[in-house]
Design a protein around this ligand. Structure first.
Ligand code: B3K
Ligand code: ZN
Length: 873
């Protein structure tokens, strides 16, 4: 195993590729152990000099070249050099030429799941970011775009379906039981969007007619017998296609759109042109095997990958530093699609929960980086929450500041101006400058500066003059390599609340919400109210209009008053979350032993008041995860925080006992429908089931809920609650679940994940030796190791180091086979410096043992940054 960290790539060193690849022809002879790939590139040089092609783990069989008009001929071995990372043609022709290479690769032994590999006996590919170079020699960079023609040959009985990008061409039988199929993708694309799938599948077929009347054949390719479980994905796909037409005026541009589901996949899904490849977890669902959260994730991921067709594929990134150009923007688009399909405020709250849990944590630790970094060591490690989720927040702030119409106008200019190109963030903002005449150079600081801005708020009410003065100040803590931060424009959607459910008007202002942009280090806002007016309450950062941390010096009573006066659903929820966070911290540090009754009563009151919107009410019962609390106090004691959290949860369960009993006595909605309305009802039922789990005296009721659960959403909630309660019934339910679902891998992932996410280090040791634990399957590895290390923080960060020891060997073994997976698992250590001294020392020792044992370059990049990075700048 190589243990060096990769050499850093720098944005400042970008140079265009000195050749254009006008056309690519690929011919595959598929054999699991030795696939032959013949690539013919039509090349036009843009200058003189050598031609460098990327290539990894390829066995070169032949290389031929033909200046335009001449036949292909072998080139001498002194005309090129091949090394571990590619091939250089020393003196390519000065004019256009054809270059043909033949290589052999071994999909069967490709456990990295990058390039061409086997999953469940079928061929599939993953090329983003740098997998295409594991298939053929090619300039594997996003700014080299070309049209592709593909011919696939394979044994017909074993691989009856042969798929690639674009639309199908000729197909037919060959000698020896083989057959072939040709595909043609006329849209120019970079190598990272290439895809090939071959095997036997069941296919769910449908069609879509675009707004301008074009017919599109839709197909979802799944494991035998699973086609009915792809119905929701298909429905989501058609709704996404319509939504992109209605919202952005973007139509689909080929006659075929296919999705293939594979079980072994490093992440959620991939937007290959016309042939999306999905982790089967985000395709297959029905009421008995999938939860509402699964249905929701499928809807949003199908949409995300589909939306990439315009934001990512037709217009792609010039280089990987611009990754947020396609990812942040496409997340923004999928979040808005989900908000339109479901409840906008509930969607916003869920997006913010995710942002805070993952991105704020990343920003606060040694792995912090800007949304558009200017250097990276391993591109695989750049697919982060900062690039995706914070990237989306930046687009949201842009839209909020310029308004929906100007935003759409800017997007139209972007699609018009850059179709078929590989571009930069600067190109993107130039479109909005053209649309609005505004200058976004200060706004673009958000892209280069890492860290979460903190906004401090000080208020002063002068009753005599009926004047509210608000002092706002922003600062961003230093991050690795960025000791000094400049102010960024922070759009704060705000309102003055009258305490009676409405808004107050200050002089010169209407009684309605307004947008204030804090674009300097500090500012003072003065609101003069009519003489004798009561003090208005200030509602700030409504709808989480800026991805910042607000620091307000308010007492518990003031905060409660603010929650009661709020008119913004996000802030109602967030006001309670802030109170709950404070409460858990106070319980954890021992300065208070029992939860405050007034707070518990206020939570109860809020939940009761929201019962007509059950999904929202469910979110009001939520307690922040232990990881979120790490950011609030240093050093962080995961064990004490988890215990405090449980205490508060138990009190809320007692407070809401009557509502819980009432709600759960009613039948779950039937017949089952995965849509928002029913999912909302089930969200509250599940939240209440989880609260029961915290009570410790509800074992019988939970066992009964488990036995009678009419769908997976409730079956899993009851299983989780029983697992948390650790009382009688836990083992029985886990055994029952295993017996019921042992032949369904996706459901078994849930079984593994419940135990790893809620159990002990001992449970993890047992689970990794379970006969169904499979190191080669990323879903299964994540269902144990990521569930434990990223969700079960009290057990993972146990002060005696037992949590770290339970996972370290598995992380090493996973990394050896699959560096992308290994590196991802290692990010669980990113917060180690925030921990209390014992866990901190154990975490550091574990990281050092992992480094000494030898990690992949990807994982080494994470480990070194985690160990070396000092967040103090
Ligand atoms: N673009 C892919 C992610 C590729 C990850 C490569 N390490 C899926 C997505 O964001 O849509
Ligand atoms: Zn994406």
């Amino acid at each position: 195993m190589r243990t060096e960290t990769p050499v850093a790539v720098k944005l400042a060193e970008y140079k265009p590729y000195p050749f254009s690849i006008d056309e690519v022809r690929l011919e595959f002879r598929l054999v699991p152990a030795s696939t032959q790939v013949r690539a013919t590139l039509k090349v036009t040089p843009a200058g003189n000099g050598p031609m460098r092609l990327d290539g990894e783990s390829l066995q070169l069989k032949s290389i031929r070249l033909a200046p335009e008009g001449s036949p292909l001929a072998d080139i001498g071995s002194d005309a090129f050099t091949a090394d571990e990372h590619g091939l250089t043609l020393h003196t390519p022709p000065a004019g256009p030429f054809l270059l043909e290479t033949v290589v052999e690769i071994s999909p069967e032994t490709n456990s990295a799941l990058s390039g061409l590999y086997m999953s469940g006996g079928r061929f599939c590919t993953q090329c983003e970011a740098v997998g295409f170079r594991r298939i053929t020699f090619y300039p594997d960079r996003p700014d080299v775009m070309s049209s592709f023609k593909v011919r696939i040959e394979a044994e017909k009985a074993a691989y009856p379906y042969l798929l690639s990008n674009g639309t199908p061409g000729e197909a037919g039988d060959m000698d020896g039981g083989w057959h072939f199929a040709e595909w043609d993708d006329p849209h120019k694309k970079p190598g990272y969007l290439f895809a090939l799938c071959a095997g036997d599948y069941d296919v769910l077929r449908d069609s879509f007619t675009t707004a301008s009347g074009a017919h599109v054949d839709l197909g979802i390719y799944v494991d035998k017998g699973e086609a009915p479980r792809a119905a929701w994905a298909m429905d989501s796909l058609k709704r996404s296609m319509r939504w992109d037409e209605e919202t952005y005026g973007r139509e689909y541009d080929l006659g075929v759109f296919n999705i293939v589901a594979v079980r072994d996949f490093n992440f959620g899904a991939m937007e290959n042109k016309g042939l999306n490849i999905f982790n089967s977890a985000y395709v297959l669902a029905d009421e008995s095997t999938a939860t509402d959260a699964d249905f929701e994730a499928i809807e949003s991921i199908v949409a995300h990958e589909y939306f990439h067709n315009w934001t990512g594929n037709r217009i792609t990134c010039r280089d990987w530093f611009q990754l947020c150009l396609k990812e942040g923007l496409t997340v923004f688009r999928d979040q808005n699609f989900s908000a339109d399909m479901r409840s906008r405020p509930v969607q916003r709250i869920k997006d913010v929960i995710k942002l805070r849990a993952r991105q704020f944590a990343e920003d606060a630790g040694p792995l912090a980086h800007s949304v558009r970094p200017d250097t990276y060591a391993s591109i695989d490690n750049l697919y982060t929450s900062t690039v995706y989720e914070k990237g989306s927040e930046l687009i949201g702030m842009l839209r909020r500041q310029i308004g929906p119409e100007s935003f759409r106008k800017g997007m139209d200019i972007y699609f018009e101006r850059h179709d078929g190109q590989a571009v930069t963030i600067e190109d993107y903002y130039a479109c909005f400058e053209a649309a609005t005449g505004k200058d976004f150079s200060q706004f673009r600081r958000w892209y280069v500066q890492a860290g979460t801005p903190e906004i401090t708020v000080e208020e002063n009410w002068d009753a005599a003059s009926a004047t509210l003065t608000v002092k706002l100040a922003q600062s961003t803590r230093p991050t690795n390599g960025q000791p000094v931060k400049k102010p960024v424009p922070v759009p704060l959607l705000s309102a003055l609340l009258d305490g009676k459910g409405g808004h107050a008007a200050a002089e010169g202002q209407a009684a309605e919400p307004f947008l204030y942009v804090l674009d300097r280090e500090s500012a003072e806002l003065v609101f003069k109210l009519p003489a004798g007016a009561p003090r208005p309450l200030l509602s700030l950062n409504r709808d989480f209009s800026a991805p910042v941390r607000l620091k307000r010096m308010l007492s518990r009573d003031d905060r409660l008053a603010l929650v009661r006066a709020e008119t913004d659903p996000f802030n109602t929820w967030d006001g309670l979350q802030a109170l709950i966070k404070e409460e858990i911290l106070t319980l954890a540090d021992g300065s208070q032993t029992v939860p405050d009754t007034a707070l518990v009563a206020a939570i109860g009151e809020a939940v009761r008041g929201a019962l007509q919107d059950p999904a929202f009410a469910a979110l009001l019962t939520r307690l922040p995860d232990v990881g979120e609390l790490f950011l609030e106090r240093e050093p962080a004691d995961a064990v004490a925080l988890a215990a405090a959290r449980r205490k508060l949860q138990a009190s809320i369960a007692v407070e809401l006992a009557a509502e819980i009993a009432d709600t759960l006595a009613q039948a779950s909605p039937a017949p089952y429908n995965p849509g928002a309305e029913q999912a909302s009802v089930r969200a509250l039922r599940s939240a209440f089931i989880m609260l029961l789990g915290g009570r410790g005296d509800a074992a019988d009721m939970l066992a009964e809920l488990y036995r009678n659960a009419p769908n997976m959403t409730e079956q899993l909630s009851a299983l989780r609650a029983l697992t948390v309660s650790a009382g009688p019934g836990r083992e029985e339910a886990l055994a029952d679940f295993e017996a019921q679902w042992k032949s369904n891998a996706l459901v078994m992932d849930k079984w593994f994940s419940v135990q790893a996410g809620l159990g002990s280090a001992e449970d993890v040791r047992r689970l990794v030796t379970h006969p169904d634990f499979d190191l080669r399957n990323p879903n299964r590895v994540r269902s144990v190791i990521a569930a434990f290390a990223m969700q079960n923080l009290a057990a993972f960060h146990a002060p005696d180091g037992s949590g770290y020891r339970a996972v370290e060997e598995t992380i090493l073994a996973a990394d050896k086979a699959n560096p992308a997976l290994g590196a991802r698992l290692l990010t669980a250590f990113e917060q180690w410096r925030l921990l209390e001294p014992k866990a901190r020392a154990e975490a550091e020792a574990c990281l050092r043992r992992l480094v000494a044992a030898g990690l992949s370059p990807n994982a080494m990049d994470i480990a070194h940054r985690a160990l070396d990075g000092d967040t103090k700048g």
